[in-house]
Ligand binder design. Structure first.
Ligand code: NI
Length: 176
């Protein structure tokens, strides 16, 4: 296993459309996943997409701890989840604003509109199919991570860039 350097905004790998994984159960994909998980945990992140460690493949990892994030209104933790070749379908047109950070934009935080309810499908590392309905913060994390696979960073989803801030400056209060 290895902890990888994380690409930051401006690196071309973050602007690329990532490629489909042909064989999700291949040993090199399993190794990629282990490295992604280790890198995410080392960086204290909630999620990580393969392009963020300079690998342009459609793989994301995430987990959600309700205790650690007040934005998770589901009130249930989502264990470590790996999505290979994920697709997302919004289940309604409703979007809500919520704060997001990203390991590729260190120290920054922004208020981003996201669909509040989605269905996502993907292949799991064991080759089985994932088909899941997600709401609120869980839905937000999946949309954020899957955007990385299409070369999109969260500021590109923002409608009001005055809500793109350095995390440190939030001690002066957060705009609602
Ligand atoms: Ni991110």
């Amino acid at each position: 296993m290895a902890i990888h350097k994380i690409a930051r905004m401006g690196h071309p790998v973050l602007r690329k459309t990532a490629e489909q994984v042909i064989n999700p159960t291949a040993p090199r994909i399993q190794e990629l996943i282990r490295n992604m998980v280790e890198t995410m945990q080392d960086a204290d992140g909630t999620g990580l997409a393969a392009p963020q460690i300079h690998v342009p493949l459609r793989v994301v990892v995430f987990f959600i701890s309700y205790d650690a994030d007040a934005g998770n209104t589901d009130e249930k933790d989502i264990p470590l989840t790996v999505l290979i070749n994920p697709t997302i379908e919004p289940l309604s047109n409703e979007k809500k604003l919520g704060w997001e950070g990203c390991l590729s934009l260190p120290h920054l935080i922004g208020k981003v509109p996201r669909y509040t309810e989605i269905r996502y499908r993907a292949t799991a590392p064991d080759g089985s199919q994932i088909d899941c309905i997600a709401k609120d913060f869980h839905a937000r994390v999946v949309q954020h991570e899957c955007d990385h696979l299409d070369g999109i960073l969260y500021p590109q989803r923002m409608e009001d860039l005055s809500l793109l801030m350095f995390r440190d400056e939030m001690r002066y209060g957060t705009p609602e």
